[in-house]
Design a protein around this ligand. Structure first.
Ligand code: FNR
Length: 182
């Protein structure tokens, strides 16, 4: 695999609809792309006092981001923003000042919700952070996925109704990552 992508899911829930969606979405990528889930559930709450002596979990997170060719964020929306666990991970890997793991990594943002606006507000908040972190982030197409009956087929793949749209999204993401690694 030529391109390794750090897959950051903003939910720790074992039955997470975002994790399930992420696993189906990455199957739409070409063989030259591989996606690896980045663990964020074992990070301590960020505390600047500990910044110069980070635990293994933080080092592992930063290494995973640094060694990736791009990042794919798949996040739920919590109270019209990103879950705290995701913000915590973003803060950890952005520090110490000047040593952010995120800088320059091309990013994609997507999410699923049982609510009608499909994580639109969370994604917008996330885009704000990624802009500050100097991550070139795919702007279009936007994808606000509403979790409905029939999103997946029996094998857990994206079903026909959404496949064309999400394949188009993935194709754009793939081209974006390649462009920023050229
Ligand atoms: C939610 N949920 C939610 N949904 C939404 O569309 N907008 C929102 O602002 C919120 N807020 C919110 C806050 C909290 C604390 C929880 C626990 C949930 C519902 C959310 O979309 C739903 O629980 C999803 O299933 C969460 O995603 P995962 O964990 O299944 O990936």
């Amino acid at each position: 695999n030529q391109y390794q992508i750090a897959l950051v899911v903003g939910s720790l829930r074992s039955e997470s609809i975002n994790r399930k969606f992420a696993d189906a979405l990455v199957r739409l990528a070409p063989a030259e792309f591989s996606f690896k889930h980045v663990e964020i559930g074992d990070l301590p709450l960020y505390n600047q006092d500990e910044e110069n002596n980070p635990p293994e979990s933080v080092k592992r997170l930063k290494d995973a981001i640094k060694s990736a060719h791009g990042v794919l964020f798949v996040t739920p929306e919590y109270n019209r923003s990103v879950p705290g666990v995701l913000k915590n991970a973003i803060d950890h890997a952005s520090r110490p000042y000047g040593q952010s793991a995120w800088a320059g990594k091309p990013a994609g943002v997507i999410g699923v919700s049982i609510g009608a606006i499909g994580t639109a507000m969370a994604q917008q908040h996330l885009r704000n952070m990624l802009a500050y972190l100097d991550m070139p982030t795919l702007g279009q197409p936007e994808a606000f996925i509403h979790a409905k009956e029939g999103l997946y087929d029996e094998a857990g793949n994206i079903s026909l109704g959404s496949k064309q749209f999400l394949q188009g999204w993935m194709d754009k993401y793939v081209a974006w990552v390649k462009k920023h690694n050229a």
